[in-house]
Design a protein around this ligand. Structure first.
Ligand SMILES: Nc1ncnc2c1ncn2[C@@H]1O[C@H](COP(=O)(O)OP(=O)(O)O)[C@@H](O)[C@H]1O
Ligand SMILES: [Mg+2]
Length: 336
C-alpha cells in the first residue's frame, strides 16, 4: 500500500531528488521496475529521451487504491516507519522519484495493470503528480511510465541535455550495471528519433536476455575471454554461506532475511574478481568496477558509501599489488 511518510521522516530524508538528465529518469524508473519484481524491463528513448522516455515492465503493477498517491511527494509503498530509515540511504526509497519526474516533464503517463485488473488503465499526471485524466486500455500486466518532453519547463537543463551526445550510451551502461546485479531480468533499449513525424530507428538498439546468473551475464556482456579469467566469490558473516560459486547464483532471499532479523545481522559480500592466474592484459582491457550495496549500484560520491567504495577498492588494490595483478576490480556486491 502506498502511504505518506510522516513529517519527521520526511525531514530526515528530504534531500530534494534532483533530476538533471535523461539518465536520472531512466535509473529511477528502472529501480521501480526492479522493485516490482519484473522479469523484463524495456527502455525506449525518443529523440535522445527529450521527446519521451518510456520504461515498460512486466512487474506486479500498481494497486488501484494506490494510484491516486503514486506520484505524490514522499508517498511510498516501500517504507513505513522511522525505524526503517537505516535502510533508506542504501535502498533509496523516498517516495520522490515519480513526483520529481512529473515536476520536470510536460506530462507523465503511467499505464498499469495488476494481475487482478481486467484491463489496464492509462493515467496522465500533471506537474504536481496529480491525476489529470484516466482511461482504460489494453495492455499486459505490469507498469509503463512515459516521461514526455523532459525539461520543457526548464530551458537551461533542456539545452544542456540536448548537447549531450552520449545519452544512449550512458543509458545502456546503466542497464548493464543493473543487468549484472539482476541477471534474471531481461533488459532492452530502443532508440528512435522523430524526423518529419516519421520515426527512424537508430543504430544501437540493444538487448540483454534474461540469464541464469551473474557469470552468464558477464559472458554475454563482456565476452567469455573476460569471464574465463574471473571468478565469483562469496564471503559471509554467517559461516554457512561462505564459499565460491562456479556460476554466481545469488541467493535473492538474503536481503529480506537480513532486514527482518536485526538480531542476527548477516553481512554477505559477493565479488567477481580476477583469477590469481588471470591474464592481466585481459583484465585490464575489460576491467570495469561495479559496486553494489543491497543489490543497488553505488554511485554516490559522498558519505558512508564513499568510504565503503574506497575501502573496498583499497583492499582490492593491496591484494592486487601483492599478487602483481594489474587492472581493476570487476564487481563487488555487498549485502547488508
Ligand atoms: N514500475 C512500478 N511497478 C509497480 N509499482 C510502482 C512502479 N513504479 C512506482 N510504483 C509505486 O509507486 C510508488 C512511488 O514510486 P517512487 O516515486 O519511485 O517512490 P519509491 O520508489 O521511493 O517508493 C512506489 O512505492 C510503488 O508503490
Ligand atoms: Mg522509486
Amino acid at each position: 500500500m502506498i502511504r505518506p511518510l510522516d513529517d519527521t521522516t520526511v525531514r530526515r530524508i528530504s534531500s530534494g531528488q534532483v533530476i538533471t538528465k535523461v539518465e536520472d529518469v531512466v535509473k529511477e524508473l528502472v529501480e521501480n521496475s526492479i522493485d516490482a519484481e519484473s522479469t523484463s524491463i524495456e527502455v525506449k528513448l525518443v529523440g535522445d529521451g527529450l521527446t519521451s522516455i518510456t520504461v515498460k515492465d512486466n512487474g506486479v503493477g500498481i494497486q488501484e487504491c494506490d494510484r491516486p498517491a503514486m506520484a505524490m511527494r514522499y508517498h511510498t509503498s516501500k517504507l513505513y516507519k522511522f525505524e526503517d530509515l537505516n535502510i533508506v540511504e542504501t535502498y533509496g526509497f523516498r517516495g520522490e522519484a515519480l513526483n520529481s519526474i512529473c515536476a520536470v516533464t510536460e506530462s507523465t503517463q503511467i499505464i498499469t495493470k495488476t494481475e487482478n485488473d481486467p484491463v489496464a488503465t492509462l493515467y496522465t499526471l500533471d506537474r504536481s503528480g496529480k491525476i489529470l485524466d484516466e482511461k482504460s486500455m489494453g495492455s499486459s500486466p505490469g507498469t509503463t511510465v512515459i516521461a514526455v518532453k523532459l525539461f520543457s519547463n526548464i530551458p537551461v537543463r533542456r539545452q544542456v541535455a540536448q548537447k549531450s551526445t552520449s545519452t544512449g550510451k550512458n543509458v545502456q551502461n546503466i542497464l548493464i550495471t543493473y543487468a549484472l546485479a539482476h541477471p534474471h531480468i531481461r533488459f532492452s533499449l530502443k532508440q528512435t528519433y522523430e524526423n518529419n513525424s516519421k520515426i527512424k530507428f537508430k543504430e544501437g538498439d540493444w538487448i540483454q536476455p534474461a540469464m541464469k546468473n551473474t557469470m552468464d551475464a558477464i559472458i554475454k556482456l563482456f565476452g567469455s575471454e573476460l569471464a574465463n579469467d574471473v571468478q565469483f566469490c562469496v564471503w559471509s558473516s554467517d559461516a554457512e554461506l561462505i564459499g565460491t560459486s562456479e556460476n554466481g547464483n545469488v541467493d535473492d532471499d538474503n536481503n529480506s532475511n537480513n532486514l527482518n532479523n536485526t538480531q542476527q545481522f548477516i553481512i554477505t559480500l559477493e565479488a567477481v574478481l580476477p583469477n590469481p592466474d588471470a591474464d592481466p592484459y585481459i583484465i585490464f582491457k575489460n576491467g570495469k568496477t561495479f559496486i553494489y550495496v543491497n543489490n543497488r549500484p553505488v554511485t554516490t560520491n559522498r558519505g558512508e558509501t564513499k568510504s565503503l567504495v574506497s575501502m573496498v577498492k583499497s583492499v582490492y588494490n593491496e591484494i592486487a599489488r601483492q599478487n602483481g595483478w594489474k587492472g581493476n576490480i570487476v564487481i563487488v556486491m555487498l549485502d547488508l
